[in-house]
Design a binder for this molecule. Structure first.
Ligand code: 4NP
Length: 164
């Protein structure tokens, strides 16, 4: 019988720049590897102030240039999301701290951590910096960091036997 997929939710502050990029990069890799039945991908923000919006036009433009479509609509992470995911991966330490303060975090049976924990080239505690108030370079950088983290995450899941 087919096993249920591993469910991954990337989380940033607004859910319009970093986590939609991570979601889109992960979907792109998952699709290229034929793993759609094994890995379910979503994203959310710790804040609600962009809820319902598409990803930032700059994030979409730079992702599209790499052949990656960002199609999510922003939503706020809900406490009930802890029951819906196996991995909740924050973009920075503040997002992680905000997630950890939610009631559901205490008995979350999955893994709550930083997305870059899965990038073998990153140092401990490495973050995906917020590009919102900066220039175009920041969005390219986010794409690079998300790609390294997502590749590492897929390798990790493969090593752990979740993709067999
Ligand atoms: P994100 O970026 O957390 O990567 O989606 C931000 C988006 C919006 C704001 C801050 C960060 N904002 O302050 O509106």
């Amino acid at each position: 019988m087919a096993r249920p997929p591993i469910r991954v939710c990337f989380v940033c502050l607004g859910n319009i720049c970093r986590s939609p990029t991570a979601e889109g990069v992960m979907r792109h890799l998952v699709s290229a590897m034929g793993l759609e039945e094994r890995i379910f991908v979503d994203s959310a923000g710790t804040a609600a102030y962009h809820a319902g919006e598409r990803a930032d036009p700059r994030a979409r433009t730079f992702a599209r240039a790499r052949g990656i479509a960002l199609e999510s609509r922003a939503r706020q992470f809900q406490d009930a999301d802890f029951a819906r995911f196996d991995l909740v991966l924050a973009m920075d330490a503040e997002n992680l701290s905000d997630l950890g303060a939610l009631p559901g975090a205490a008995d979350f049976g999955g893994r709550l951590g930083l997305a870059r924990d899965f990038d073998p080239a990153s140092r401990n505690g490495a973050e995906v910096p917020d590009p919102y108030y900066g220039g175009d370079h920041g969005f390219e950088h986010v794409l690079d960091l998300c790609e390294a983290a997502c590749r590492g995450l897929i390798e990790h899941l493969r090593d752990e036997g979740h993709l067999d």
